[in-house]
Design a protein around this ligand. Structure first.
Ligand code: R5P
Length: 303
């Protein structure tokens, strides 16, 4: 029997993954890692070997990213020690991925350092979900790492809006426009982007939008909602410009601090994220995307 190990950040995926595997007629056991904290907050990690030896692990590195990273390193190294030859990791939310280059001299390029550390611990193949990496980034050149897009899942989620004449999909900044344009293409509607200026880690300003939103329904899509400030600015802008209904979506819903209250208070019609990270808004399930890849790994004899 094949098996998939869920690390502590991915426990919420147990049921949807099992259901998806069943639909695909894949015979895999899905089970949780054993872990607890010592009094000094260090972690105890054990692979429940009596349930089988997995060569696939799933982790979401939010919240408490540092803890999740250490847990992932401990589990990876242990699985290799236990004799797993080829280990695949699905990191539904990859922590530290946002710093993908050195802007100021001396800065740590955390995205590459974390990924390199995981490969050094013994992981052989990695799947991530909508991680931003510029074309020149070493991420995909140096490691066996595949980015999976969740946009198609959002197209299904918004399928009742397909082809709606007065609908536009926008991104809150130019960096996420690739998502807005892909979603708009599938929904057969138009797309646009806001122009964002980042003032600090938590403060952003959005003053302009590339397209007309007056009297139109608007879907705003981004990769991450963290403090919610980017989304809040985009919502205010489209509302001030006369948008009718506003639907907001993001792949990863971190909702840090008072993000939820902030976004709810702006009177949007719907908030939706995927379940790469669990929250009350995780309405779009990514399990089928994982299981599609498990199916291929299985065919190639890698799981
Ligand atoms: C950055 O450019 C990303 O695409 C997101 O817009 C950003 O991470 C969202 O962060 P926050 O919710 O804190 O504004």
């Amino acid at each position: 029997m094949h098996s998939i190990l869920l690390l502590s950040g991915a426990r919420h995926l147990q049921k949807p993954l099992q259901e998806s595997l069943k639909r695909r007629k894949l015979n895999y056991e899905v089970y949780d890692i054993e872990n607890k904290n010592f009094p000094d907050s260090e972690q105890y990690v054990r692979i429940p070997v009596e349930k089988g030896l997995p060569n696939i692990l799933v982790q979401s590195m939010f919240n408490e990213p540092d803890k999740k990273i250490v847990e992932t390193i401990l589990a990876t190294r242990t699985l290799k020690d236990l004799g797993i030859k080829h280990l695949t990791g699905f990191f539904t939310y990859l922590a530290y991925a946002r710093q993908d280059r050195r802007i100021k001299e001396g800065e740590a390029v955390s995205q590459l350092i974390i990924v390199e550390t995981l490969f050094k611990a013994g992981i052989d193949k990695v799947f991530v979900f909508d991680v931003h990496a510029r074309k020149e980034s070493m991420l995909y050149k140096s490691f066996d790492i595949t980015n999976i897009s969740c946009v198609k899942l959002f197209a299904n989620y918004y399928s009742n809006l397909r082809g709606k004449k007065d609908l536009i999909v926008v991104s809150p900044d130019e960096g996420s426009y690739y998502m807005a344009s892909e979603l708009a293409k599938i929904l057969e509607v138009s797309s646009g982007f806001c122009k964002k200026k980042r003032i600090s880690g938590s403060e952003v300003k959005i003053g302009e939008i590339s397209s007309e939103v007056h009297d139109r329904d608007v879907i705003i899509i981004d990769d991450i909602i963290s403090t919610g400030n980017t989304m809040a600015e985009a919502i205010e802008l489209v509302k001030n410009k006369g948008a009718k209904r506003v639907f907001i979506s993001a792949v990863h819903g971190l909702f840090v601090g008072n993000a939820v209250d902030k976004l709810k208070s702006l009177g949007v019609n719907d908030i939706a994220t995927t379940n790469t990270v669990m929250s009350e808004f995780a309405k779009v399930d990514i399990s089928d995307l994982i299981v599609d890849e498990v199916y291929k790994l299985n065919k190639n004899g890698q799981s």
